[in-house]
Ligand binder design. Structure first.
Ligand code: AMP
Length: 281
């Protein structure tokens, strides 16, 4: 596995692979790998001749007061794990490399970035779309793999790639969970043992919604109130949002119909966790 730290170097190496007719698959990450990240690398490995993984804790996608400084970083461990997954190129740029002095350009996707996570994280998606644009230009992959864990992110990136005519595909991998159902996340590290138990209420509430829908319930209001009640029954939780929306437009749905995204963000102690499911009715 090659470790590359500069844009110039990765551009020239990927260019030479492309000229040889090789398919380049890309997995952008913020590091601190868990099985969720590794599952995306495996998806990339299956479809690509050359797998590029980036590790970059992107400052512009953290809102003021969020955990940019304390975000877990463990490069050496990540490097070993990437090697085990037969990643070909690990791209690990510095802040100076990605946002040199005088940097002024941002990419904005409207509407679908203003709902769900966009309400409490008003700058987050602009940071994500900007860094992904830069990384896509630098890495020039044929496809990039994102996780369904960050459902809104995947939808926003898909929109951007289509709107701005990026010549690449976006592939979305399923959510990888712990045995008890908690969605894997680098931020799970922040949880105390007590909070770890409270965090189970996120997936439990999604399972409850799924069960209610299977039993025939179609009124979002009633499903949401049952979900909120379940999450709130854990003392250490504070709901940021729980919503039922159309899986493409992210518009709130009064009635469950079509492809529906049930998404939530909940603070467990000071840690903000997200999770979701998609149901088809
Ligand atoms: P992050 O390092 O948190 O920015 O995540 C990098 C990629 O891994 C994103 O596309 C995430 O959606 C994806 N990811 C994070 N957690 C999971 C998970 N539990 N299952 C599947 N993909 C995940």
């Amino acid at each position: 596995m090659k470790l590359i730290r500069t844009i110039k170097e990765i551009q020239s190496i990927v260019e030479s692979y492309r000229q040889q007719g090789k398919i380049v698959g890309f997995v952008p990450t913020m590091g601190c790998f868990h099985e969720g990240h590794l599952s995306l690398m495996r998806i990339a490995r299956k479809g690509a001749d050359v797998v590029v993984v980036s590790i970059y804790v992107n400052p512009t996608q953290f809102d003021p007061g969020e955990d940019f400084e304390s975000y877990p970083r463990q490069f050496e461990r990540d490097e070993k794990l990437a090697e085990q997954e037969r990643v070909d190129i690990l791209f690990y740029p510095s802040d100076k490399e990605m946002y040199p002095k005088g940097y002024l350009t941002y990419v904005t996707v409207n509407k679908i970035t203003k709902v769900l996570c966009g309400v409490s994280r008003p700058h987050h998606f602009e940071g994500v779309t900007t860094i992904c644009t830069k990384l896509f230009h630098v890495v020039k992959p044929h496809f990039a793999v994102f996780g369904q864990k960050d459902a809104q992110q995947a939808i926003v990136i898909q929109r951007m790639v289509e709107d701005l005519n990026f010549d690449m595909e976006i592939v979305v991998g399923p959510i990888i969970r712990e045995k008890d159902g908690l969605a894997m996340s680098s931020r799970n590290k922040y949880l105390s043992p007590e909070e770890r138990k409270d965090a189970l209420s996120l997936f439990q509430s999604l399972q409850l919604a799924e069960r209610l829908i299977t039993e025939g319930e179609r009124t979002s209001k009633d499903i949401l109130s049952a979900m909120k009640k379940l999450v709130a029954s854990r003392k250490g939780t504070r709901i940021d949002y729980i919503e039922i929306v159309d899986a493409t437009t992210l518009k709130a749905l009064e009635t469950i119909k079509g492809e529906v995204l049930i998404a939530l963000a909940v603070f467990v102690g000071n840690t903000r966790l997200i999770d979701n499911i998609v149901v088809n009715c």
